[in-house]
Design a protein around this ligand. Structure first.
Ligand SMILES: *Cc1c(COP(=O)(O)O)cnc(C)c1O
Length: 231
């Protein structure tokens, strides 16, 4: 299957899941998680109408930006971001989806102010409370959102999550529903319902994420094929 064929199949599945919740595929943003795929693969995805491409690693993204890999589609940063690499990302991407600490918010504010721009971000929620994962604890999210709102060079557009890996089918729904509830609550209480994006769901679970209210899914393997980490 080609990248274009994979995207067509995923679009159909997205549309079907969205219709179960009174929406359609047009309401869901499809982010192609293109890590470890080259500029040619990114261009194929863009030609096939992907909405957004998402990158995880700053070095890889910088190299592919230099090859114009993302021309024609917005780019999101979706990976773990170290503070010392923030300046390589701010202003280069439409949205930084993976903002999971106050320190990171402060550094993004600093770099965006230097460039005199407003950086769009999503707040990442560590919904499973996993120690190895980044993201705000659910209990800390309100305070983080309040703090982010005071930063003039940051605009919070929504929430993002990578839930714990569950072995039972549909177990993920529990996490997705919790994040959706947080999204609705924070959006109403802190953001006058101006947040737009709830980014959750990957190759294995994007349909469940959409059923639970996601409107942005990040899909890698199901579009680009298996990644090989051995090189
Ligand atoms: C790689 C990645 C994805 C996509 O994962 P697949 O299982 O390959 O679809 C989504 N989100 C993030 C943050 C990723 O790093």
């Amino acid at each position: 299957m080609s990248i274009a064929e994979n995207i067509a199949v995923i679009r159909q599945k997205i549309d079907a899941a969205a219709r179960e919740t009174g929406r359609t595929g047009a309401d869901i943003t499809l982010v192609g998680a293109s890590k470890m795929n080259d500029a040619a693969a990114c261009r194929q995805a863009i030609a096939a109408g992907i909405d957004v491409l998402g990158e995880n690693r700053v070095q890889e993204m910088t190299a592919k930006l230099a090859e114009n890999a993302y021309d024609g589609a917005p780019l999101h940063f979706i990976g773990h971001l170290q503070r010392n690499k923030v300046k390589q990302v701010v202003g280069k991407v439409a949205i930084i989806e993976s903002v999971g600490s106050t320190e990171l918010l402060q550094e993004i504010e600093k770099q965006a102010a230097k460039l005199e721009l407003v950086q769009d971000v999503l707040l990442e929620v560590n919904i499973g409370g996993e120690e190895a994962k980044s993201g705000f604890a659910p209990e800390a999210l309100h305070e983080a959102a309040e703090f982010a709102r005071t930063l003039p060079h940051i605009r919070v557009r929504g929430l993002m999550t990578i839930p714990p890996v569950e072995t039972e089918p549909h177990e993920n729904m529990v996490h997705f529903r919790k994040v959706h509830a947080l999204y609705v609550d924070i959006n109403a209480k802190i953001y006058d319902n101006e947040m737009e994006y709830i980014s959750m769901g990957m190759s294995g679970d994007f349909e469940d994420a959409i059923r639970a209210g996601s409107n942005m899914v990040r899909v890698g393997t199901a579009i680009f094929g298996q990644r090989y980490y051995t090189k």
